[in-house]
Design a protein around this ligand. Sequence first.
Ligand code: FE2
Ligand code: FE2
Length: 473
Amino acid sequence: MTPNLQELLTTILNSLIDLCRCDGGAVYVLRQKPNGTQVLTFEAMVTRSKGLQSVPKKVQRMEFKVDEFTIVGKTAKTRRFVNQTFTDHIEVLDYKTRNLLSGPLLTPRGELVGVVQLINKGAVPGKPEQTVEFDAHDESLFRSVAGHAALAIENSFLLQEQEGLLQGFVDAFVTAVEARDPVTSGHSKRVADLSMELAYAVNRETTGALAAIKFSDEQLREIQYSAMLHDIGKVSVNESVLNKEKKLYAHELDQIRLRLELIKSQLRYADTQASSIDIRRQLVRLEKAWTEINIANEPTVLPEDVSVALSELGKFQLQLTESETLPLLTEDEIKRLSIKRGSLTDAERREIEKHVTFTYEILRKIPWSRGLRDVPKIAYCHHERMDGSGYPQRLRLDEIPMQGRLMAICDIYDALTADDRPYKRALSHQRAIEIIEMDVKAQKLDQNLFRCFLDSKSYEIVRKISAKGKKAA
Ligand SMILES: [Fe+2]
Ligand SMILES: [Fe+2]
């Protein structure tokens, strides 16, 4: 239960104690356990003669069944007042209870949410045995105040349910998106864990540029949801582009292979008809072609000699008819195989970059509660860079919120170190840090946040969680 609810219930309990003139009391909340059974647990406790204003640790985990065997259980079961005076006294927690009024907490819809007990009416400091019985007037006072306590508990449950529902939707949404892009699965959760770890580290800073920044609980939740959902827009990106591992797709490569074999067959046939040095030279040249094409197809840096080979191979033609020919490599294929680094053309890169705008468009349609209203804006910034070289808004410096800058570092770190992409080897922690450091030096990423990321070892959270997961598996 939230501390706010405990504070509120303690205040309400104190009002009841004042009104009924007793020494103390307790509020129990009815909860459902995972196995479906209902139990009552302490949520607030006051004993004025002992100066107690909260539930002592040793009884915090105590549970009472809804049955006739305890007064609190009986009150919950019958939903009626139990007004009892003990001929001697009963002693619980080193405290002598001489009389007690126990009443149900019912919401306006008649739902039981807890029980309140008031104890030792009329007790005065120094003379605890001087008590008087609770009466019908106390019960009516109880009824007038108990409704507030019942509503407070119900609201708190509703908020918890709402939060659980939102978390459930977010998890389901992320699972659906990552199912389309299985090789990056787990990325969103890891970026959220890293971002939260870094945000906590920022909150702990006491000196330097970040000392003045203190993320509130709501802002921390906002960071968590923004990070979980930052790549949600990938749901709108063409799946083949999203999962593209090499410069050409497999079916395109198959067609090139077919053209190559046909050209070689035609050359061999021509050689049998009228052998020439030129034909044999061409056949020798084509021996290496398949290997060269495959090297060029890799997303790694394109070797200079392979780049030259591509333009040579572009000259080979397959004779379809007397007047029609088909090149071994089309202009478009040569252009794509000539990409200097990576597997994407400019158009494909732009297509993938659109995921950020899609993320924003999707998230801003959600009616976020007040405390989470900046989730779309923060997620929208995860590819922005402080020198204006990011996308899609090309924001600069302070135009990028601190939460967005924080997430950018965590997003890059995970993309570089994740070992879940078959076509891209995971970089070591040290190499990833060196690469991020280059961006920090180029004033693309926030240097203070990066320093905090290193000093606090926020990055270790990913290893800790994955080690835990492996242990549990
Ligand atoms: Fe992204
Ligand atoms: Fe990302």
